[in-house]
Design a protein around this ligand. Sequence first.
Ligand code: ADP
Ligand code: ADP
Length: 226
Amino acid sequence: AASLRFEGVTKRYDNTEALAGIDLDVAAGSFVALVGASGSGKSTLLKTINRLVEPTSGRVLLDGEDVTSRDATAMRRTMGYVFQRIGLFPHLSVAENIAIGPRLVGERLSEDRIGELLTLVDLDPSMAARLPDALSGGQQQRVGVARALAGNPALLLMDEPFGALDPVTRDALGERVRDLHERLDLTTIMVTHDMAEALILADRVLVMDAGSIVADETPQALASGK
Ligand code: ADP
Ligand code: ADP
C-alpha cells in the first residue's frame, strides 16, 4: 500500500477555483471516500494524484516523493484507476482490455494471470474472449476493476465507480472491492456522490465543498453525529 500527502494543492481553471488549497495525509492501507456536491472538486483532487491534472500550486507526494518528479508512465503503473464511464474499448476482448495497461509498457499478461484477475472480480475466466458488448453493465465494471488491478498497484483510485450500476450490483461490487482492498494491501481512494456507500465501504470520509475539505471523519463519527 502507498501513502499520500497533499501540501497546499490548488487548481484554478480560468475563473473556477477547483481546489482551494488542500492539505491532507492519507496513511498507507486506508480506504478513503471523497464525497460532496457535484463541482466541489472531488474528481480534480483524484486526478492530481495520477497527474491527469497538474496542480496550479502545491504538490502531491506518493510515498514521500513528489509525483511530478517521477516518470509519469512508471508512476501510473503503481496506480489503478477505475472510471465512472467504465471505458472499455468495444472492439477489444475482455482479456485485451484487461491487458492494455501492461501492454502499453511492453509487457504481456499470461492467460493464467487474466483468469486470476477475472476470478478476483467474480467473473468466470471463460469471459476473457468476449467483447464488452456481450456483458452486462455490472460485468463490464468488474472488468474495469480487473483492468485497474492488472499492474499490481499499491494505490487504487476510483471516480464514481458504481454510480451507473443498479443497487444490487453496486452493493455486491462494492463489497468485493472492499475485500480486495484488504487482500491486495491497497490504499484506496473512491469518489462518490453516495454518502451511504461511503459510510459502508470507507474507513475515512472526506467531505468536499467549493474546493476545500470541510469534514474529515470516520464513518462511525459521521453516522452517530447525525
Ligand atoms: P466534482 O468531481 O466534485 O464534481 P470537479 O473536480 O469535476 O468536481 O470540478 C470542480 C470544478 O472545476 C467545477 O466547477 C468544474 O466545472 C471545474 N472543472 C473541472 N474540470 C475542468 C476543466 N477541465 N476545465 C474547466 N473547469 C473544470
Ligand atoms: P468523469 O467522471 O468521467 O471524469 P466528468 O463529467 O466529471 O466525467 O468530466 C469529464 C471530463 O470533463 C473531465 O476530464 C473533467 O475534468 C472535464 N470537465 C469537467 N467540468 C468541466 C468544465 N466545466 N469545463 C471543461 N471541462 C470540464
